[in-house]
Each structure stands twice: as structure tokens, then as C-alpha cells.
Design a protein around this ligand. Structure first.
Ligand SMILES: *[C@@H]1O[C@H](CO)[C@@H](O)[C@H](O)[C@H]1NC(C)=O
Ligand SMILES: *[C@@H]1O[C@H](CO)[C@@H](O)[C@H](O)[C@H]1NC(C)=O
Ligand SMILES: [Cu+2]
Length: 656
């Protein structure tokens, strides 16, 4: 019997500060993988500021998170808990101090700095919420208001005619009150071959009057580059007058729909009269045959650790997933023109998936039986009717026809990450049959380019997108998510087995058939054997030598397997803002290290090529993609043979 998990493919900007991240755990028994508490984050800041007082140093934090304890220590702790809590807690801080990136490791109990390292290579940490406030709104309003180039822009902007349709930016006028109608956001600039990059962002502004849907009303044609070290506009270019798309039809709040639409609303509830079927203790969840820990990282967001499943036959829990999280999300836009070419975003590394996590709306983002935990409703856990677990109607036995069918109930852990215009709904679904099914759904607003085109018949050249509304091009782009899946199946040492199907032709006349298919299995010896492009999911369509693709080279394959290495956490590199692609999964695997019977990590890329459609405007209905990690010859037999269906709920006043 070989223990394996098979990958089955089913289908192919910032809201709160770091301080608000999690403070539940402190009160209870602390698990060594629990995220940093508010107190611990404050402690880290205090320790760093003691060494670098802000009175005479320029200091900004770009990451403060738990430094993962060594795997050995965690596993040892797991086996003897809860009598002992002696895994030392360490925090990693990444701070830019006087224009240099410092990587500081802190022992939290001892309140001491363990190590200190100044990053000399390419790239910077995530731009962070303070930067976003500073370089966006504040930067333009406060700092650089005396900049003559900005003045000239504001003059042009003022001529805009009261926000009426297709407002023009024209080059006369002078009233500064224009700014109240505008919001500006910083966008990371990427890297386009320059030998050295300055820490810059490009600032883009949007109309905010008449509609809250700012993202579909860009003020296109302006290039404003802000140097984050100097906090100054270092480049300004006005590409000419481009109409700002009108506010018409951009409203998405139900209460503001005109004319109002009020169909009869039917009620729907998920009712669990006996309470939920799961237990949560601190950050640990047990449900049905599963147990796992929910962590949270400012960069990765949701982290699932130490998932094990109880085997009824073997009478013991069996380890499956040591750790799983989304390591990076790469979103390259496909418009090479001045306004858009640089838009090749890395949402985890450049903006932070964790700090972009938003509060869930009860009964909307999660069903009524959802249990919120962690940051003010940032994560919810709920049971969900799946489908049929398994079934059979037996019709072959005369006079003894019967049906045996079981209802599938799954457990879902959900967070929502809103990076600027896009909302990513991140689910980890656990199935009693042993599968883990991570799913992603996209919603929010398209990234819009303003154009001087109102109707399709006016399109004369490639607009690099779809005309989704008058003066609005929804630009072509991709969403590539890469999952870090440290599967430790029945222990840390595992191998990766590839099974492919192949057609065999019958040539010797031994059968009436001319062909059949069979399987061919191979155990990967080294990293190169495990680089796989799977048939149906999306693959990158940029050329290998294009700068965004060098930085996002982890998308070159859908599957990668690497030997476990505590520092290889971020598939796009540790310092992604302006990175040169020299610290990616693609670079690490050049060594072609041995992976057979080792502690290995599986990386899986799921991608969506997004050709925007009119229906995605003004807000996009959910677009979903998922994959399933499914046990394959792991259990001796169907592990849910003895799993009953949930009890029927008897409603008062109804028959039965
Ligand atoms: C099945 O049921 C029918 C009708 O009740 C009966 O006539 C028949 O003998 C039964 N067959 C068997 C194999 O019991
Ligand atoms: C771990 O990964 C880093 C980055 O790829 C590498 O420099 C280091 O040598 C690796 N350590 C081991 C033990 O392989
Ligand atoms: Cu999209």
C-alpha cells in the first residue's frame, strides 16, 4: 500500500493597520503557530524603535509576522501538548530604516534581537498601508501640492465639466477644490530591465463624485511617479486629454438602484438546531474526522497548518498537510501602452494578502451558521451542504431494489482579500472523504482604462481589452495564484509520484480491440522531474524573456515540488516590489535538488486568463476556480462508509 495524495483539477489596496491583526489567542492557551498578538506586534515595534528611535531615524515597517518555529519543534510540541508550551516565539520584522531594508529576528519572550540583516539585493518589501495613504491621497494632497507639475495637472483637471458624461480634462482652470472629487492610489511599478530601481510607485487617480465605484472612473493619460524615499513626484507626464468614463450605470449598491427593483424576496437559512458540528479552541478546529490549525500572516493571509484526518480502520489520526497558504498572486495586465504596461502586480508580495483581508459581512459573505473568528470577522468557519457523498440504487436483485445514499456536508474556512478593485474569496474546504479543496472566487471591479471610444464600431485598433461601457476598456489580464502545500503524509518524508495515462495500440491481433489506455507511474527523483504543465488550467502567455514573466516565473508550471526549506516561502521572492526575478521558485529549482523520499513541498499554480465582458461591469459576478487534493490509495477503503447523513430537521407545523 502506497500512501499518496493526488492532485485532481476540477477547472481550470488596504483597509486596516497591522495592529488590528488578532488578539484573541493571548487569553487562551497559545499554540506555537498562533499568529502574533497585538501585544507581540507592539513589542516588536518597541524593540526596533529602541534601537532606531524615530526621533532621528526614518523608519517604516513592511512586515511583522510570526517566524515559523522549526518543524521538528512543532511536531514534538504536537506530540506532547498540552502539558508544555516551550516552543520559543520569534517574530520577523522587515523595516525600511533610513532607506535600507532591515530584516530583524526577535525572540519575543526574551524581548531580544536574535539576528539582524541588511538586505543588499534587489527589491523591497510590500509597500504597506502607510505608504498607500502617503503616496496616494496624502502624497498628492499634502506633500507635493507645491509641485509645479501637479499644479498644471490640477488646472487641467478643473476644467472637467461637473462630472457630467465624458468629462474632459482640459488645459485651463485653477481651482484646487477639484481634489475633493478625486481619490488617488499608488500602484507598484514592477521592473523593466533597469540595472537599479528606486523605490517608486505610480499614482493613479479616480473620480469619486456621483458614484462610489471609483475603479471604473480612472483619470487616464497621466503619468505621476512618486519616489517613496523622497516622497516627491519625480516624473510627470500628461499624455493628453482622455474622457473620464461617466458615472452612469456604475452604482452597485442595492439601496441606490434607479429605478428601484423589488422582487419578492424568499427567505433562505442554513439551520443547525443542534449547533455546529465543529469545535474551535483558540485557533484549532476539529470537525468530523479532521483537525487543523488556522493561522494568519500579514503577507499570506490565511494559513492552514497541521491538518490530520482520523482513520477509522487504523484507529488513529494521520497527518496530511503540515502547512498550506497562498504564496503569491500575480496579476499581469496585457496592455503594453504607457498607461498600463507597468501593471504587473504581485498582490501578496507587493501589497500583502493578510493586511488586505477585509471583515466578512454576516449572512452575506458567510451563511447564517458561520462562526466568525480572528480579526473582526476576518475568517469564518461553517458547515455547508455539499452534494451527495456517495450513492447507489440497486436494481439488479429481483424484488429487493433499494437505494443507499449519503449527504455530503463539508467544512469551509473562508476569508476575503480585497486588494484595491478586486475581491478574492479564499476558501479551504475539508471533506470527510479525505479531500482538501482550496477554491478561489473573484469579484469586485475590473481595472478600467479610459478611452475616447463610445461604441464598438469606433474601435479601429487593438484596445487590449473589451469595451465594457462607454469610454471604458476592461483591460485583458491574468490572475495566477500559487499555493504552497507542504504535504506531510503520514510523516515528513514523502515522494512525488506522477501517473499519466497513455494510449496503447493493439498490433498483435490478441484482441478484437485496436486500442486501450493504461497508466504509467513514475516517482520524481529531482525537482526537474516534478515540473508539470497540466492540460486544462491557464498557462502564462507572455514570453519567457519579458520582465514581468521573469519576475512571475513561478507560473511557468502548474506543479512544482521542492525539498522543504524554511526560507523558501514566497514563490515570487521575499522582496517583490521592484524585484528582478532573482529569488523565485523558478530560480531555486535550477539546482535540481533531490526530492525522492525527502521532506517535500508541493506548489500548485491555478490561473485565470480574464477577457473582460460587459457582464463584469460595473461589478463582476463571482468567477470561481478550484482544485482538490484527493487521497489516492491512502485509506484501505472508502473512509466514509460509516458516515451517516445529517439528521433531518423537523420544522414545527410540517408533516413528518
Ligand atoms: C417478485 O415479486 C413478484 C410480485 O410480487 C412475484 O410474483 C415474484 O414471484 C417475486 N419474485 C421473486 C424471485 O421472489
Ligand atoms: C534554502 O533556500 C535558500 C534560498 O533558496 C538557499 O539559499 C539555501 O541554501 C537553502 N538551504 C538549504 C539547506 O538548502
Ligand atoms: Cu480579472
Amino acid at each position: 500500500m502506497v500512501s499518496t495524495m493526488k492532485l485532481v483539477l476540477l477547472s481550470a489596496l488596504l483597509l486596516f493597520s497591522l495592529q488590528s491583526v488578532l488578539s484573541v489567542a493571548q487569553l487562551r492557551f497559545q499554540h506555537p503557530l498562533d499568529p502574533l498578538t497585538k501585544e507581540e506586534i507592539t513589542l516588536v515595534q518597541t524593540i526596533v524603535q529602541r534601537k532606531y528611535p524615530t526621533s532621528n531615524n526614518r523608519l517604516s515597517f513592511h512586515y511583522i509576522g510570526l517566524d515559523d518555529p522549526e518543524k521538528d519543534a512543532i511536531l514534538k510540541w504536537e506530540s506532547i501538548k498540552p502539558t508544555i508550551t516551550t516552543v520559543p516565539r520569534k517574530a520577523l520584522a522587515i523595516a525600511i530604516i533610513n532607506s535600507q531594508t532591515h530584516q530583524i529576528l526577535i525572540q519575543l519572550q526574551a524581548k531580544t534581537i536574535l539576528s539582524y540583516n541588511i538586505h543588499k539585493g534587489n527589491g523591497w518589501g510590500a509597500i504597506g498601508p502607510c505608504t498607500i495613504g502617503g503616496a496616494g491621497q496624502g502624497g498628492l494632497k499634502g506633500f507635493s501640492i507645491d509641485d509645479p507639475r501637479l499644479l498644471s495637472w490640477s488646472r487641467q483637471f478643473m476644467e472637467e465639466k461637473d462630472g457630467k458624461s465624458s468629462s474632459m480634462i482640459s488645459p485651463v482652470g485653477s481651482d484646487f477644490s477639484a481634489f475633493v472629487k478625486v481619490v488617488c492610489s499608488p500602484f507598484t511599478l514592477g521592473w523593466f530591465g533597469e540595472a537599479q530601481s528606486r523605490r517608486t510607485v505610480r499614482v493613479e487617480c479616480f473620480m469619486k463624485e456621483s458614484s462610489p465605484n471609483i475603479w471604473v472612473r480612472p483619470i487616464s493619460g497621466l503619468t505621476i511617479v512618486v519616489d517613496l524615499e523622497l516622497m516627491k513626484i519625480v516624473e510627470y507626464h500628461d499624455g493628453g486629454i482622455i474622457p473620464v468614463p461617466t458615472a452612469d450605470n456604475t452604482e452597485y449598491r442595492l439601496s441606490h438602484q434607479k429605478p428601484p427593483f423589488r422582487p419578492k424576496q424568499h427567505s433562505l437559512a442554513t439551520h443547525q438546531p443542534d449547533g455546529p458540528g465543529f469545535q474551535i479552541s483558540g485557533h484549532s478546529v476539529s470537525w468530523a474526522n479532521w483537525k487543523f490549525h488556522i493561522g494568519f500572516d500579514p503577507r499570506a493571509g490565511l494559513v492552514i497548518s497541521l491538518a490530520s484526518i482520523y482513520d477509522l480502520e487504523k484507529h488513529k489520526p494521520r497527518r496530511v498537510l503540515y502547512k498550506g497558504y497562498i504564496s503569491e498572486l500575480f496579476v499581469p495586465y496585457q496592455d503594453p501602452t504607457d498607461d498600463f504596461y507597468y501593471k504587473t502586480f504581485f498582490d501578496a508580495g507587493e501589497f500583502g494578502f493578510g493586511i488586505s483581508t477585509v471583515s466578512l459581512v454576516p449572512n452575506r459573505d458567510c451563511p447564517s451558521n458561520g462562526t466568525p473568528l480572528l480579526i473582526a470577522n476576518a475568517v469564518c468557519v461553517f458547515e455547508q451542504y455539499g452534494s451527495i457523498l456517495w450513492r447507489h440504487t440497486e436494481t439488479g436483485i429481483p424484488n429487493e431494489s433499494f437505494a443507499e445514499t449519503r449527504t455530503e456536508v463539508n467544512l469551509v474556512v473562508r476569508t476575503i482579500v480585497t486588494v484595491g478593485n478586486y475581491d478574492n474569496i479564499i476558501d479551504w474546504e475539508f471533506k470527510t472523504s479525505g479531500s482538501i479543496k482550496p477554491a478561489i472566487a473573484l469579484s469586485g471591479m475590473l481595472e478600467i482604462k479610459g478611452v475616447d471610444i463610445k461604441h464598438k464600431n469606433e474601435i479601429k485598433s487593438d484596445q487590449h481589452g473589451t469595451l465594457v461601457s462607454a469610454n471604458s476598456i476592461g483591460v485583458y489580464h491574468d490572475h495566477f495564484y500559487i499555493y504552497h502545500l507542504d504535504l506531510d503524509i503520514d510523516g515528513v518524508y514523502n515522494s512525488f509520484e506522477k501517473t499519466s495515462l497513455k494510449t496503447v495500440r493493439v498490433t498483435d491481433g490478441s484482441s478484437k480491440r485496436k486500442s486501450y489506455w493504461t497508466t504509467e507511474s513514475e516517482t520524481a527523483e529531482s525537482e526537474n522531474d516534478a515540473k508539470i504543465r497540466i492540460g486544462n488550467p491557464a498557462h502564462p502567455l507572455l514570453t519567457d524573456d519579458d520582465y514581468p514573466q521573469i519576475r512571475g516565473a513561478f507560473t511557468n508550471f502548474n506543479v512544482w515540488v521542492t525539498p522543504y526549506n524554511r526560507t523558501e516561502k514566497w514563490a515570487g521572492g521575499l522582496y517583490v516590489d521592484h524585484s528582478h526575478g532573482d529569488d523565485t521558485l523558478a530560480v531555486w529549482t535550477i539546482k535540481n535538488r533531490d526530492i525522492k523520499n525527502k521532506d517535500i513541498v508541493l506548489w500548485h499554480v491555478v490561473g485565470i486568463h480574464h477577457v473582460p465582458a460587459q457582464e463584469d461591469f460595473p461589478i463582476m459576478p463571482l468567477l470561481t476556480t478550484a482544485f482538490e487534493l484527493r487521497p489516492t490509495n491512502f485509506f484501505e477503503r472508502n473512509p466514509v462508509l460509516k458516515t451517516p447523513s445529517p439528521k433531518d430537521v423537523h420544522w414545527p407545523g410540517c408533516p413528518n
